[in-house]
Design a protein around this ligand. Structure first.
Ligand code: HEM
Length: 434
């Protein structure tokens, strides 16, 4: 019952480590991490960008515990005795990033712990509210409608016989989230094409390739911050500038820039791949698609089930034990790295009956969101409300505009990006018929 012959897995301190880039595991992480969850519970693993092995947390209960517990820090610098300079060097080496951008990467919400995190989260939450997201909906619908029109035209143009094949990832899934986040922040529409390029380039895995987009984004935000300080416009950027707590504490200039970048980087790639994964799931489950088409009111529940079943993130950011902690009979030592395997938790049969089945009518145990596709606890996704709204608008728009769309290649032939911890399609060629 090993994951593959070349991939030894064992439990406990000092055991042989799992290779997370193992081909079988990348091909079917659902089966692989479920096997590991049931057999080992806590798994020692090697991850490409981590110089030391990780502990993978696989059970739903353990994942919830780790993500809600301050003994597991996001920032490795929070571990007593950590050498922050060495950590920055390690990151700079892995990404080829210039020092000033490393500072931005390491001071975001996702890298803050304890009081620092609470403070940043409180300030951004003053203005990135559910109300602001709800008010944005008509604009999201407008942006999506325009992109779907373009998609239809592109399919016609690319295909002389009129069957209209088009790649949904490149021509829709990537475009909607970046346009929406630009609209939310208050980036003028004329600049969106630049942001689309920067946003994509910032995810390049090529060492050093992230410096130029970072420079572009930082310079442009700096310029916009100056403009909004002079004349506030009611957009999120103006809100972030004005946000303060009871004591008058505000985000500093650097923090504002980091916050805007965090929203752009955290809010686009995952959302794009959720649109891809969700569309594929619906197209390969015609009964479920039919159920949703017959009952559009099911959409919010459907989005939750799709997030559980095929969310784009299979693992969280690294966590770092600030002290020795025992989980499931394994001692995690101070300074050890962990990753919570959301994919394993979301298929944990202790919480989800018949977890492999996609069931858009699945009733959660309570009104509470039960899946952990958006994380949980202290760093629970700040943009979950926006992401859910974008999926609802995207899926509704696609199903209404192209009700007969179908896969243009067999599902087995679709390729994924080979990145452990994420679940992303390279392309999703569709025949639109309309
Ligand atoms: C955090 C998933 C969309 C902003 C997280 C985390 C997850 C997640 C799992 C926690 C990571 C961890 O604990 O290590 C997703 C997925 C998305 C999505 C799957 C889309 C399908 C968005 C959007 C935004 C956003 C649209 C913003 C507009 C953030 C931010 C954090 C975060 C700022 C850090 C929160 C904190 O550290 O307190 N997201 N997210 N995300 N997400 Fe999302």
């Amino acid at each position: 019952d090993t994951i593959s012959g070349t991939c030894p897995v064992a439990t406990g301190n000092g055991a042989a480590a799992l290779d997370m880039t193992d081909a079988d595991l990348l091909r079917d992480p659902f089966r692989g991490y479920s096997l590991l969850r049931e057999r080992d519970r806590i798994v020692r693993a090697v991850y490409p960008t981590s110089p030391t092995p990780l502990w993978l947390i696989t059970r739903y209960d353990d994942v919830k515990m780790v993500l809600g517990d301050q003994r597991f820090a996001n920032n490795p610098g929070s571990v007593p005795g950590a050498n922050v300079d060495d950590l920055h060097d390690e990151l700079a080496k892995a990404l080829g990033l210039e020092e000033k951008y490393i500072k931005i990467f390491t001071s975001s919400l996702l890298d803050a712990d304890g009081e620092d995190h609470v403070r940043l989260r409180r300030l951004v939450s003053r203005t990135f509210t559910a109300r602001r997201v709800a008010a944005l909906r008509p604009r999201v619908e407008e942006i999506a409608a325009r992109l779907l029109d373009q998609l239809g035209r592109r399919a016609e143009a690319d295909d002389a016989d009129g069957v209209g094949v088009v790649d949904l990832i490149e021509n829709f899934a990537y475009l909607l989230p970046i346009n929406v986040i630009c609209e939310l922040i208050g980036i003028p529409e004329a600049d969106w094409p630049r942001w689309r390029q920067w946003g994509r380039a910032a995810f390049s895995l090529e060492p050093g390739a992230q410096n130029e987009p970072m420079r572009g984004m930082v310079d442009h935000i700096t310029e916009l911050v100056e403009q909004r300080r002079a004349v506030p416009t009611g957009d999120l950027l103006s809100g972030l500038i004005e946000a303060h707590d009871e004591e008058g504490d505000r985000l500093t200039g650097d923090e504002l820039i980091t916050m805007v970048l965090t929203l752009v980087l955290a809010g686009t790639e995952n959302t794009a791949h959720m649109i891809g994964n969700g569309t594929l799931a619906l197209l390969t489950h015609p009964d479920q698609l039919g159920t949703l088409q017959a009952d559009p009111a099911l959409m919010p529940a459907a989005v939750q089930e799709l997030m559980r079943w095929c969310g784009p993130l299979h693992g969280t950011q690294f966590r770092h034990a600030v002290e020795d902690v025992e989980i499931g009979g394994v001692t995690i030592r101070q300074g050890d790295r962990l990753m919570c395997m959301l994919v394993a938790a979301n298929y944990d049969p202790r919480y989800f009956s018949d977890p492999d089945r996609l069931d858009l009518r699945r009733q959660p145990d309570s009104l509470r969101e039960t899946h952990v596709g958006f994380g949980a606890g202290l760093h629970y996704c700040l943009g979950a409300h926006l992401a859910k709204q974008e999926f609802e608008v995207a899926f509704s728009g696609l199903l209404t505009r192209f009700p007969n769309m179908e896969l243009a290649v067999p599902a087995e032939e679709l390729e994924r990006q080979n990145m452990p911890g994420s679940w992303r399609l390279r392309r999703l060629p569709l025949r639109l018929h309309g």
